[in-house]
Design a protein around this ligand. Structure first.
Ligand code: NAP
Length: 259
């Protein structure tokens, strides 16, 4: 049975126990939303939600592994039964298994790495959007934000002079391109509804994912990666777009970027 609708808007952010996701949850909480900290490790999720509550924000944790269909169903049920509403879904959880010290070129990427990467970065976000869409459709301002990356931009990959040309992680790049395709496809399906769907590139952000230890060691620092507060800004902006805001776009620094 569904709970009566709570008066505050509710946002679910995947992978929000750390990194950019945690900061997105924090910024949405500061905008008076109830935040569902969705994390694959229950204890880490609860610790992050407790930290946000300690900052005076309204946050609860739920366990969610985006590669596990049963876990996706359970998280959707949790939101329905606890809040009776969902206004924002941020598909932030991501994995870059081939973002490693030893570069793997596309001609050598193995199928298992591709599969694992797509499970987390593409199939998970789509399955979660499908599971939560009934609630998002009931919201006065349903918003889906897919946290993507400009290194998955096909336009960028095709330009020899791209400043991102030296970044090679084919499984990760292809997965973000596929995620972007689903952003556009879902936005097209939802045209004429109150639900908006957009992709965000957070920029190069100083997190474990953006500057892993091997890279930090090679760079002797963070190489100029931006702080999480800045990385979270565009996803949060897209999560709180007004009714006349865009849908079906790809944005960085609140500006459109090429697919
Ligand atoms: P991060 O520090 O590596 O954190 C990744 C988060 O995703 C963690 O909370 C992790 O959980 C979670 N996660 C991974 N697999 C999951 C799964 N199967 N189910 C549920 N949660 C899962 O990454 P980040 O740098 O904050 O990046 C966040 C998003 O921004 C990702 O989608 C990434 O691709 C994108 N992005 C990042 C950068 C950057 O420079 N940092 C640039 C462009 C795009 P655990 O704690 O349990 O591992």
């Amino acid at each position: 049975m569904s709970a009566p609708r709570t008066p505050r808007p509710v946002a679910l952010v995947t992978g929000s126990n750390r990194g950019i996701g945690l900061e997105i949850a924090r910024q949405l909480g500061r905008l008076e939303m109830t935040v569902v900290v969705a994390a694959r490790d229950a204890a880490r999720g609860e610790a992050a939600a407790a930290a946000l509550r300690g900052e005076g924000l309204d946050a609860v944790a739920t366990r969610l592994d985006v590669t596990d269909g049963a876990s996706i169903e359970a998280a959707a049920r949790f939101v329905r039964e606890r809040f009776g509403r969902l206004d924002v879904l941020v598909n932030n959880a991501g994995a870059a298994f081939d973002w490693t010290a030893e570069t793997t070129q596309p001609s050598a990427v193995d199928a298992d790495t591709l599969r694992r990467t797509f499970e987390t970065n593409v199939f998970g976000p789509l399955a979660l959007a499908q599971a939560l869409l009934p609630l998002l459709r009931e919201s006065p301002r349903g918003r889906i934000v897919n946290v993507s990356s400009k290194i998955g931009s096909i336009d960028e990959i095709g330009r020899p002079d791209s400043p991102l040309a030296s970044m090679v992680a084919p499984a990760y790049q292809a997965s973000k391109a596929a995620l972007n395709a689903f952003t556009a496809l879902l936005a097209k399906e939802l045209r004429g509804t109150r639900v908006k769907v957009n992709s965000a590139c957070p920029g190069w952000v100083d997190t474990d994912g953006g500057v892993p230890p091997w890279l930090r060691a090679a760079l002797g620092g963070n190489g100029g990666a931006v702080p999480v507060e800045q990385g979270a800004d565009t996803p949060v902006w897209l999560a709180t777009l007004p009714d006349d805001g865009p849908s079906g776009g790809f944005f960085q620094g609140r500006k459109p970027v090429a697919w």
